[in-house]
Design a protein around this ligand. Structure first.
Ligand code: HSE
Length: 441
């Protein structure tokens, strides 16, 4: 039986899980793949660390060159993270004619165009199922399962760490930092958790999905991204009163000649299926023109779920080597890497808004604010004003009350102008909180 030799570069949580599953499921994988997968070498910068899954001595590579120069190694699994080092590694692998499997969403979202073009020129395959939504086979779903559809919208909970934090804050009333620590201990958070918290990790993932769904590359630096730092428990509670759950939502929408891609905390109706996606789980809701809505759910972070996706790519690429199917069909057939997508600007977004003002409890404030809203053609859908200062409210802001306005669909541009106007008139006593709402009218 034929054998495919592979190597792993980067031996952290996911790398350990890949090695463990390849060993534990050896028989099953051989049966399913029709050939043997041999983990020939692993490279990490520090072999002195404690590993959850120890390797045999002859599997430990002393240098990267040991892997790059080994002609038997056909697939390199890149699990290092970051951008600069893996970009160089990708280039070297491609030139050495080694196929690549990666979980590196940052690299693909920011340097995808360069990498895929180079890979195509050299007839090299890049598997990246693990880069988005961990164990959920969403890349294959978009590329193959939904191929008959024009994709209209994608809504994703794509970051396990922030979903874990928001869920715990909501259900257990725990503080943000306490829950973040728990997420890091469980291996969900990135080495640098600011990428999770500030929404960049989810933005990397939705950028990749948008590229696949809409057929082109986009300028990642222009993807509108807001994280969950600064989210207050008070807004989670007030949103609940309006029938909403707060999620860090990644959104990609196709318009005629533009795409809208954004990540931000979002209120979703409690009846929306994404509202019940809790903890470290991820989910992706995709709307295609023929299939309608489909939803994919599963573990989006953690060693074994991500390793499950990594191994699916290894098996797939290995199969094309064994069967000698030649060119890389997922790149060549879609032709998406030659096109650039035009991104809608944030000021042109249209959505609904939850806006919390901190106002003095005096006659006429509500009417003054409503007048400004009317001036900018913003229609109000609901208002909550708390007569008594509620438990979660910042009592240091004396003689004020939270005033929440829920709008109908409005333009971002007009919302920003209205808030500025209200703040210039000194109608508010503290920072205005704006949370976008995805709730069809
Ligand atoms: N830090 C990521 C998350 C891991 O929390 O979802 C997978 O990309």
């Amino acid at each position: 039986m034929q054998q495919i030799d592979i190597a792993i570069v980067g031996y952290g949580t996911v790398g350990n899980a890949v090695a463990k599953i390849l060993e534990e499921e050896k028989q099953l994988l051989t049966q399913k793949a029709g050939y043997k997968i041999n983990l020939k070498k692993v490279y990490t910068r520090n072999w002195n660390k404690h590993f959850k899954y120890p390797l045999k001595e002859n599997q430990k590579a002393k240098s990267l060159e040991e892997i790059l120069n080994d002609q038997d190694i056909k697939i390199v699994v890149e699990l290092t993270g970051g951008i600069d080092f893996p970009l160089e590694l990708f280039k070297k692998c491609i030139l050495k004619k080694k196929h690549i499997v990666t979980a590196n969403k940052a690299l693909l979202a920011e340097k995808g165009k360069e990498i895929f073009q180079l890979a195509e020129q050299n007839n090299i395959r890049i598997g990246f199922e693990a880069a988005v939504a961990g164990g959920i086979p969403i890349i294959r779903a978009l590329r193959e399962g939904l191929v008959a559809n024009k994709i209209k919208n994608i809504y994703g909970i794509l970051n396990g760490t922030t979903n874990f934090i928001l869920t715990k804050m909501y259900t257990e009333k725990k503080a943000f930092n306490e829950v973040l620590k728990e997420a890091q201990e469980k291996g969900y958070a990135e080495a640098d958790p600011t990428l999770d918290i500030n929404g960049i990790d989810a933005a990397h993932k939705i950028a990749i999905l948008a590229s696949l769904a809409f057929g082109g590359f986009l300028d990642f630096s222009n993807v509108y991204t807001e994280g969950i730092n600064g989210i207050e428990k008070l807004d989670i509670e007030l949103g609940k009163e309006l029938g909403y759950t707060l999620k860090l939502l990644a959104i990609a929408k196709s318009h005629n000649d533009e795409v809208e891609v954004r990540v931000h905390p979002t209120f979703l109706p409690q009846s929306n299926p994404l509202s019940s996606v809790n903890g470290v789980f991820n989910a992706v809701l995709i709307e295609g023109n023929h299939v309608g809505e489909t939803m994919f759910y599963g573990k989006g972070a953690g060693g074994e779920p991500t390793a499950s996706a990594v191994i699916s790519d290894i098996v797939d690429i290995g199969k094309s080597i064994v069967l000698n199917t030649g060119r890389n069909i997922e790149i060549t057939s879609m032709n998406w890497k030659h096109k650039d997508l035009s991104l809608k600007k944030v000021e042109d977004f249209y959505t609904r808004y939850y806006i919390r003002f901190t106002v003095p409890d005096v006659i006429g404030i509500l009417s003054k604010i409503a007048t400004v809203f009317a001036k900018y053609e913003i229609s109000i859908a609901a208002v909550i004003q708390k007569e008594k200062v509620i438990e979660l409210y910042d009592k240091s802001i004396e003689k004020t009350v939270p005033l929440v306005i829920l709008t109908h669909t409005a333009s971002e541009n007009n919302i920003q102008k209205a808030i500025k106007d209200i703040e210039n008139q000194k109608l508010t006593k503290s920072k205005t909180i704006i949370i976008r709402v995805e709730d069809p009218e």
